[in-house]
Design a protein around this ligand. Structure first.
Ligand SMILES: Cc1ncc(C[n+]2csc(CCOP(=O)(O)OP(=O)(O)O)c2C)c(N)n1
Length: 698
């Protein structure tokens, strides 16, 4: 229950606090006025907190350095109140080299910070409401660290655990992902405060037009999520409300929604001007609840107005000077544009034993299971979650069976059907040093998580200038076999590979999956393991070789190294009678079956990792054989396979005897369930033989 705070307002909101709030509020307002007066200089789009200052300043002043905050694009007063200077914020406004947050890569008020003297801030996207899931992941991490004491966690001055504040506009609350996060926070009782700043507008859409209820009413549907309302234009009311919320969350470790009614005094953004869509009546109404006027009333009542106003001139001059200084600051060095796409991985070399002498053969699904088990034994910060992976079932493919019982429900647990949350929460966990391994049940169901992948995870390292790479290992069963049907058989690698900032791995046998899972886990970036369901148990005829001797515990394969599965005869290579098939996953087995018809004439290169790609191995093979076929299970048009064929043609043109061939599935929207229809869609060894013959004729 929310504490009924009996301490009086006067004891809490001291004269010093009122004066500090005024200093910050006046600073924020002067900054906004300066930007507005210098529109041609402030050419990059930006929003300011005018009208929202009171609630933001109250929040910032109540946080401690151990806490975490996920602000949104209108939160510049919040940033000032946790200690960032106007000059520092202006460096981002003008996209300068020394912008602390992104080095000139992201918009004003898109912070990220690991400054130990301030609350920490993970990367923020501009997508409305999308930071709610990553922020909830931080709270998940705080709860985990608090319960297990496996990692270091900073505490408050009086040794309490940190809290998370996730701030968002009222319009953002209608985003579906917000409900995933609130459901999860309520279910797990996470230490997070969702601060909703309600100015009644969502660009030009009014509250009545776009929602049936406000955030406070909406929160009422989430059992276990506390809520309170406050007047976000009144500093005293805001301070008391946020203080109460923080106290509740800190002491009880539970989530709460704070609904703060605010005014929108400035423009939506520098580009979307208020005069375009707001009438004078509305503008006047908002002006009548200006937080500065309200604060000045409090100051007057306390006999402090004169003292406060005396500071205004010097604040204004300070802002002018800062603005000039920021304009003169250095621009980013364009040679840095490719820095920090990924954090460097420690895994550079293959090591350990791939086929130990006493080793036993095992299926791919078990090799993956053993890899995860060994990881979880060695790394107490590794946790595993997803749908049905908990102790009761251990995954729909039993790919996690035994792990739930062995490592317990704190480390291995079921989630609801919330793909966005499963993937997006890793951004928060990873910021705390926890190493999440997550699962999506079928590749066809990764799409609800794409937004988090693209919007938050993939861009986090780059846009935080290297401060927040997201360590995530995501396992995704994929591929068609045996009539799995349209929503359990799809191939999605091209869609994934269009995202820059993630790595994609696609092993074809037990030894590879074990070695690659280890490397993916140690990689500090988001890595997706695509695992072909038809290879898990070698049930598909011709895939027996997916079973291998189990590599030892140390075995690890760096990402980005292809494997030559079959070599061609030297003499036949010399005579120009060979073809290299470049493939991965099930394609390796189609190619092996086809090879029986071309003794010594085929090389098969298994890519194993699709990004980063072993271009060197592919190009060398193209040069050596002069004939190459890229084979994949995915629908062919505009696929990764076609893009790779272009790259080979471009890089190796003088060495080629003919065009680089591509073979994929038929270009259909889905894999049909009927087995004969499924087979008609997919490549197979017979279709492949025909294409190899065509290539050999060049
Ligand atoms: C996912 C997404 N859709 C659309 C937009 C464009 N957009 C930017 S701000 C905004 C309105 C947000 O309103 P609200 O959350 O109430 O915040 P306010 O700007 O009023 O403070 C929209 C639609 C966006 N940034 N992200």
């Amino acid at each position: 229950m929310l504490a009924d705070n009996s301490t009086t307002q006067k004891q809490i909101v001291t004269p010093a606090l009122l004066l500090k709030a005024h200093r910050l509020m006046y600073t924020a307002r002067s900054m906004a006025d300066t930007y507005e007066a210098n529109r041609s200089v402030c050419k990059y789009v930006h929003s300011t907190s005018s009208g929202h200052e009171a609630i933001q300043i109250a929040t910032g002043l109540l946080l401690e350095p151990c806490d975490w905050v996920s602000p949104y694009y209108r939160d510049d007063s919040l940033l000032l109140s946790i200690g960032f200077t106007p000059y520092e914020l202006m460096l981002q406004l003008l996209a300068k080299k020394n912008d602390l947050f992104s080095g000139g890569r992201s918009y004003y008020c898109h912070p990220s910070s690991r400054d130990p003297l301030k609350p920490s801030i993970i990367h923020q996207s501009s997508a409305t409401g999308m930071q709610v899931i990553p922020a909830t992941g931080i709270a998940q991490g705080i709860q985990f660290l608090g319960a297990t004491a496996i990692g270091e966690i900073k505490e408050t001055h009086d040794h309490q655990l940190p809290v998370v504040v996730c701030s968002l506009g009222d319009g953002s609350v209608t985003e579906g992902e917000v409900s995933e996060a609130w459901q999860f926070a309520a279910l797990k009782q996470l230490p997070i405060i969702y601060l909703v700043q309600d100015n009644g507008w969502s660009i030009s859409a009014t509250a009545n037009e776009i929602r049936a209820m406000d955030a406070y009413e909406y929160a009422g549907g989430f059992k276990g999520l506390e809520r309170l309302r406050c007047d976000g234009t009144d500093f005293c009311d805001s301070y008391l409300a946020i203080r109460k919320a923080i106290q509740y969350t800190r002491e009880e470790g539970k989530p709460i929604v704070v609904h703060a009614k605010v005014a929108l005094l400035g423009h939506h953004t520098s580009g979307v001007r208020k005069e375009f869509y707001r009438n004078s009546e509305d503008l006047l109404q908002h002006k009548s609840i200006d937080p500065i006027v309200s604060l000045k009333n409090h100051l007057q009542q306390a006999g402090l107005l004169g003292e406060a106003e005396k500071e205004e001139e010097s604040i204004r001059i300070g802002i002018q000077n800062d603005f000039l200084r920021a304009q003169n600051a250095a621009e980013p060095d364009t040679s840095s544009v490719q820095d920090h796409v990924f954090a460097p991985t420690p895994v550079k070399q293959e090591r350990g034993e791939r086929s130990p002498k006493q080793g036993e053969k095992l299926m791919m699904v078990d090799a993956a299971l053993h890899a995860i088990e060994e990881i979880m034994e060695d790394y107490p910060e590794a946790i595993l979650y997803g749908q049905d992976v908990g102790a009761r079932l251990g995954g729909v493919f039993r790919e996690a069976v035994t792990l739930g019982e062995k490592f317990g429900p704190l480390r291995v647990f079921n989630t609801a059907i919330q793909e966005a949350l499963i993937v997006g929460s890793t951004a928060g966990l990873s910021a705390l040093g926890i190493k999440p391994i997550v699962e999506i049940q079928f590749a066809d169901y990764l799409f609800p998580a794409f937004n988090q992948l693209v919007t938050e995870l993939a861009k986090s390292c780059y846009l935080s200038n290297g401060k927040f790479p997201v360590q995530m290992l995501l396992r995704v069963p994929i591929g068609a076999y045996g009539g799995g049907g349209p929503y359990h058989s799809g191939s999605i690698e091209t869609t994934l590979l269009s995202i820059k900032g993630i790595k994609v791995v696609y092993p074809s046998n037990a030894a590879d999956i074990k070695g690659l899972i280890k490397a993916a886990f140690l990689d500090p970036n988001p890595v997706i393991m695509l695992e072909h369901k038809g290879l898990y148990w070698s049930k598909v005829p011709g895939t027996e070789d997916a079973k291998t001797i189990e590599p030892d515990r140390e075995y690890i394969i760096p990402l980005g190294k292809a494997n030559r599965v079959l070599a061609a005869d030297k003499a036949k290579i010399g005579a120009g009678e060979t073809v290299c098939i470049v493939t991965y996953g099930m394609g390796v087995y189609w190619a092996k079956a086809a090879a029986a018809k071309f003794a010594g004439q085929l090389e098969i290169l298994d890519l194993r990792t699709l990004f980063p790609l072993d271009e060197e191995a592919v190009f060398n093979a193209a040069k050596e054989h002069g004939k190459m076929l890229i084979l994949s299970e995915e629908q062919q048009n505009n696929s990764f396979a076609e893009a790779l064929a272009y790259r080979v043609s471009y890089a190796c043109f003088p060495f080629l005897d003919g065009p680089v061939e591509v073979m994929g599935s038929l270009n259909l929207p889905a894999v049909p369930i009927n087995i004969a229809l499924e087979a008609a869609m997919l490549p197979n060894p017979d279709k492949l033989v025909e294409r190899i013959r065509k290539l050999l004729a060049y």
